[in-house]
Design a protein around this ligand. Structure first.
Ligand SMILES: [Zn+2]
Length: 346
């Protein structure tokens, strides 16, 4: 019997109700086992529900050398963000993957408070973001080996982030357009090493298809199955042959910049992915939010409601079935973010 979080525990959002060691032991006996790690502890994939797989609640673009939680009033941020999460929950959403990495304003404790208050599962990440020409990378990345970087990320998985006890649910990194810089390649290698030790899914913000192909090649070389890799911002690549190539190799294709303005383009892309048999590897989200640190009142917050209120009806009009929609909004995020305790091929 697999000892996962009980319904009763989950409903009370009790943090740390679950021992990783016990889970690993139990999971070893049950190869189909897997969990999803929220900021309030692990849940079963079946508990994730309707999910937005790529959003942000708070971002600070100041850069790795200056970023600090002291740059904003956390109470104000909480007060501004919470109504957007409550509104999203009201629309039927149950989980939101918060993709803000370390050194860009990741704040697990704020996420935990918001999760409890909104009744939404929130999932945070470990890893480092190498896009934007390394602006969000701390100086230590230059000297450290991939093994040392992976050691930091594995430690967050084992012990929690900082002193919060809150664990990451995936690895987040970021790359500009290809070719990747040596530092960016190092980050992909470190992500692969972290996956080997943790089974955490790898989501990489990716500038274009050439960068995606290079990421995939590194991961394959490191024996990471591409089903553990999410090609974030796949919509940046207009050559759809690359989508087919990487989806065909097992990757997750994340179309995550959805808005009212580009909805028709997303319908076209999703229809095509469905025709090519890749709908079960496709994720959709807005990349919306967020409390923008440094702007008065957090700036212009873009809400998370378009997908559930307007885009799902549009999908139906264009021939997507209830089963397709359930796949895109529930089943795919649950599979993409399931942590496999014993990664294959290791
Ligand atoms: Zn994003």
């Amino acid at each position: 019997m697999l000892h996962v979080i009980s319904r009763r525990h989950f409903l009370t959002y009790a943090p740390a109700v679950f021992s990783i060691a016990a889970w690993l032991k139990a999971a070893a006996a049950s190869p189909a086992a897997g969990i999803i790690m929220t900021v309030n502890g692990p849940i079963r994939p079946s508990e994730l529900g309707v999910t937005l797989p790529h959003e942000h609640v708070l971002v600070d673009f100041i850069g790795a050398d200056k970023v600090s939680p002291n740059r904003y009033d956390e109470h104000e941020a909480y007060r501004i963000i919470l109504p957007h999460l409550l509104s999203l929950r009201e629309k039927g959403c149950r989980s939101l993957i918060e993709c803000t990495p370390n050194f860009l304003g990741r704040n697990p404790r704020l996420l935990q408070r918001l999760s409890l208050a909104a009744g939404l599962h929130l999932i945070t990440n470990t890893g480092l973001y190498g896009a934007a020409a390394h602006k969000y990378l701390p100086a230590y990345v230059q000297q450290e080996t991939p093994e040392q970087l992976a050691g930091r990320w594995v430690a967050e998985w084992k012990n929690g982030i900082g002193d919060t006890g809150i664990k990451p649910g995936f690895i987040k990194s970021g790359m500009d357009k290809g070719p990747l810089s040596p530092l960016q390649r190092k980050l992909v290698t470190a992500a692969a090493l972290t996956w080997r030790q943790t089974g955490l899914p790898i989501g990489i913000h990716t500038g274009d298809g050439a960068a995606a192909q290079e990421e995939a090649a590194i991961l394959k070389e490191m024996k990471v199955p591409l089903s553990a890799w999410i090609w974030i911002h796949a919509q940046n690549e207009k050559d759809l042959a690359i989508h087919d190539q990487l989806a065909g190799a097992g990757a997750w294709v994340s179309l995550d910049g959805l808005s009212k303005e580009n909805a028709q383009d997303y319908i076209t892309r999703l229809t095509r992915l469905k025709q090519h048999g890749f709908l079960q590897q496709t994720l959709i989200s807005h990349d919306a939010g967020w409390y923008n640190v440094g702007q008065p009142g957090g700036g212009q917050f873009r809400n998370y409601n378009y997908l559930l209120t307007a885009f799902v009806p549009l999908l139906k009009q264009h021939g997507f079935t209830e089963a397709d929609i359930r796949m895109l909004t529930v089943e795919n995020p649950a599979r993409a973010f399931t942590i496999q305790p014993q990664p294959a091929g290791v």
